[in-house]
Structures are given as C-alpha cells and as structure tokens.
Design a protein around this ligand. Structure first.
Ligand code: SF4
Ligand code: FES
Length: 245
C-alpha cells in the first residue's frame, strides 16, 4: 500500500512563551508508521527544535506518553493509520507542568510515590531473605507499571486535587498490601485512608481504561478500599473505627 498524507497538529511551547500554540506538519505515513516515528521524522527533516521524550520504542520505558486526538497513549505503539483521521492532534499529558512542546515535568508524578513512602522500592532491606540479581541493588518498580504518567493525565480528580496521590501510587500501595514480602502494611494502609488517597477516587475508571500496561489502577483502588473497610476505616463519611496499627 502506498504512503498516505497526514497532517500533524503539534502542541508547541517553549519557556518564556506567553501562550502555547500548534504547528502543522505534513507527514507521509506507511502502514506501520507510529506517532513516535512521525514525530521523530518531523524533528529530523522539518523542525529540529521540536521537543519530545522517548527511549525504548517498544512500550517498555513509558517516556513517550502523550495525548493523541484527545486520548493518552504511548506514541511508540500508536499506529497513525489506525487512528483513522487525516489530521493527528498531539498534546503533552495533562495534570503535569509543560517543560517544552510535548515534554512534561514528571517530578510531581514521582513525588506522589515519595509521599506514599515509595512503596515501589523493594530493596533487599525490605525483603528479608530475598535474592537480588547480581549488580542490581534495587527492584525499582512493581510488576507491570512503567511509570508513564498516563493514568494521572486521564484522571479527572488529579486535575482538581493536586494533593491526590493518584492511580499509580495507589495501585503500587495495593500491590504491597497484596504481597507484603515482610513489609509492614499498616503505614501503607494508613496513608491509603488519607482523604487525598483511596477515598478521593470518584470511580471514573479512566485510569484503567488508559493504562497501556494493564495495571488496572482503579481495580487496585477498589481493593484498597475493601481492605480499609474490613479494618473498620471508613473515610470520608465516618471516622475510623477501632485502633489502627
Ligand atoms: S499505572 Fe499504568 S498508566 Fe499509570 S503510570 Fe503505571 S503503567 Fe502508566
Ligand atoms: S519509547 Fe519507551 S514506551 Fe514509548
């Protein structure tokens, strides 16, 4: 099949700009061209100042997350033709400060994990008797989550409550609850019971729908809530019942 002409309408913003704007770039796309292929091609042949972030090109590193035609995706595995439009609108993730063009500051996203006592980190001190791979001092994340930030961008609560821990951190906390491996889950559940944590979710399920790695953060949040209720902790409608560990 021959190439197809598609117009990319790309969000542009540089530090010091008063307002963001969009630039249009014509791109010839083949049957297997991804959004990331197109954007790196634009940077190579049309505008070397276009800023975007990527690494692995295979849905593993999470760095190429962005919004394409209003949906959060990994650009490296989003086929342009399968979008079914001859204009492709590309924006940075929501609910994160824009650094430049399509690049957002992921610091606030990672800070949510810090507030959550960074339960993703499972180093040998936290896992008695565990065997770390040679040369790998820490297991830095729990299974599946690639820390792409897509769930925070898709979450309607994260846009209105900057203190909300958010889907990824809550999912990580629930994963520790499920499989503590020697970690005391009491402090983690106490944090999950915070008004800006598990009870803040409004069950939009946008995070689970958008997550490219099948983490199902909303499902984890529901399981966290069930676990809190089982302990008699009922925020925000009632004060906790019974002593907490
Ligand atoms: S839970 Fe899913 S969407 Fe959220 S950061 Fe992890 S992989 Fe990305
Ligand atoms: S470039 Fe790594 S996930 Fe897309």
């Amino acid at each position: 099949m021959s190439d197809t002409s598609v117009t990319f309408r790309v969000h542009r913003y540089k530090q010091g700009d008063e307002e963001p704007h969009h630039d249009r770039f014509p791109v010839e796309v083949g049957a297997r061209t991804t959004v990331l292929d197109a954007l790196t091609g634009i940077r190579r042949t049309q505008d070397p100042t276009l800023t975007l972030r990527h690494s692995c090109f295979h849905a593993s590193c999470g760095t190429c997350a962005m919004k394409v035609n209003d949906h959060e995706v990994l650009a490296c595995v989003t086929n342009v033709r399968e979008l079914g439009t001859d204009e492709v609108r590309v924006e940075p993730l929501d609910n994160a400060p824009v650094v430049s063009d399509l690049v957002v500051d992921m610091g606030p996203f990672y800070a949510r994990f810090d507030v959550a006592e960074r339960p993703l980190v499972r180093d040998s001190e936290l896992v008695p008797g565990s065997h770390q791979a040679a040369g790998v001092p820490h297991a830095m994340r729990y299974e599946d989550c690639i820390e792409c930030g897509i769930c925070i961008s898709a979450c309607p609560i994260a846009g209105t409550d900057p203190a909300y821990l958010g889907p990824a951190a809550l999912a990580a906390m629930d994963r520790v609850r499920q499989e503590p491996r020697g970690v005391d889950v009491g402090p983690i559940l106490r944090l999950a019971d915070d008004p800006h944590a598990a009870w803040r979710c409004h069950l939009a399920f946008e995070c689970s729908e958008a997550c490219p790695s099948s983490v199902d953060p909303a499902g984890h949040i529901m399981q966290l809530r069930r676990s809190l209720l089982a302990r008699g902790w009922r925020r925000p409608s009632a004060e906790p019942q019974g002593a907490r560990r």
